[in-house]
Write a protein that binds this ligand. Structure first.
Ligand code: COA
Ligand code: ZN
Length: 304
């Protein structure tokens, strides 16, 4: 049997948070429905952040109320305790907190020090345990920070350990600005996989320097079996200058399936979701494999 790799679709959150065009709740739900049809089981539905800071994520509660009840595979991003309370009230079962490998990014994103943000994550993890919720901690700028330069791998390792010891269910190592290279990714992730259970680790890459898929491969070689990706390569952090879209779901799924891994994703339906993402937002920075995949899938269908 083919080995499984989990794709966590972050298009509805990381993908949409920085687009010029703000989608309505109905449009966001339409996109999520298309992703569900493609059998993407793990989806980040939205964010409970200040609507002034990130207008595109306003009204995420309506999306959570519609979809998240009893669903640990659907997560939402929260920046603080207020976000936790609002998300849980709406019915979210998995909450994703962001922590930081650098001081500069912690200040810019949540106006906290790195240590304050770590402590906030641990406080929320404790609350989540008491409430029987899932808690995910993303370590942003784990490889490089746009303000402080290269990140220290020992800080990433210590923070990962601390979160897992505190009962965090999953630690996501994120290249928020897409500056990592495959050699660096392999070294950092091998270290983390040696010291921790790989089932509790994931990677999150942006494709700024066209190394997103190469970085997925490097992490895969290190033993990581769970990746964030965004439909059509949408994405970018409003608070990280120079960050472009996430590695595209289409590209990651195509590579993994071609290599013999099982993602469970329906590629035909994924093409439709990708077209929809493009139509709704008016942009599709990534998903380069689509130009090849679409005619290939059509040909397969006509032979069958
Ligand atoms: N959801 C909704 N509103 C929130 C909120 C949340 N989770 N947290 C804070 N707010 C509101 C407060 O109510 C307050 O509103 P007001 O100005 O109408 O009174 C305002 O945000 C400022 O609150 P404050 O407690 O002073 O927070 P802050 O200024 O120290 O931090 C953040 C504000 C971090 C919450 C805000 O900048 C934010 O949500 N950032 C988004 C981070 C993000 O999504 N980054 C991208 C993902 S990597
Ligand atoms: Zn991101």
């Amino acid at each position: 049997m083919a080995e499984q790799v989990i794709i966590n679709e972050v298009g509805p959150r990381d993908g949409l948070q920085n687009q010029a065009k703000i989608l309505s709740v109905a449009e966001r739900l339409e996109l999520i429905a298309a992703l569900q049809k493609a059998q993407l089981e793990h989806i980040e539905l939205g964010a409970f952040v200040s609507p002034k800071a990130v207008p595109a994520m306003a009204n995420s509660d309506e999306i959570v109320r519609a979809l998240a009840a009893g669903q640990k595979k659907y997560s939402v991003l929260i920046p603080n305790r207020k976000g936790y309370d609002l998300a849980v009230e709406a019915g979210a079962e998995s909450l994703a907190m962001v922590a930081y490998a650098s001081e500069g990014m912690a200040q810019k994103n949540v106006r906290m020090s790195r240590e304050q943000a770590n402590e906030a994550t641990i406080d929320i993890a404790n609350q989540a345990k008491a409430d029987n919720k899932n808690i995910i901690a993303t370590i942003a700028v784990a490889f490089q920070c746009p303000f402080d330069g290269p990140s220290d791998p020992s800080i990433v390792a210590e923070t990962t350990q601390r979160f897992l010891d505190a009962g965090v269910n999953l630690v996501v190592i994120a290249d928020t600005i897409g500056a990592a290279d495959p050699a660096q990714v392999k070294t950092v992730m091998q270290h983390l996989v040696n010291d921790n259970d790989a089932a509790h680790l994931a990677c999150h890459f942006h494709d700024t320097r066209a190394l997103g898929v190469a970085n997925v491969f490097a992490a895969l070689e290190a033993g990581v079996r769970r990746f964030d990706a965004s439909i059509a390569g949408l994405g970018g952090c409003p608070f990280a200058p120079g960050a472009t879209g996430n590695v595209a779901t289409e590209d990651v799924v195509m590579m993994l399936e071609q290599m013999g891994f099982d993602t469970g994703v329906d590629l035909d339906a994924l093409m439709l979701a990708s077209d929809l993402a493009e139509t709704l937002t008016g942009s599709a920075p990534g998903g380069r494999s689509k130009a090849w995949l679409k005619p290939y899938l059509q040909k397969q269908a006509s032979v069958a």
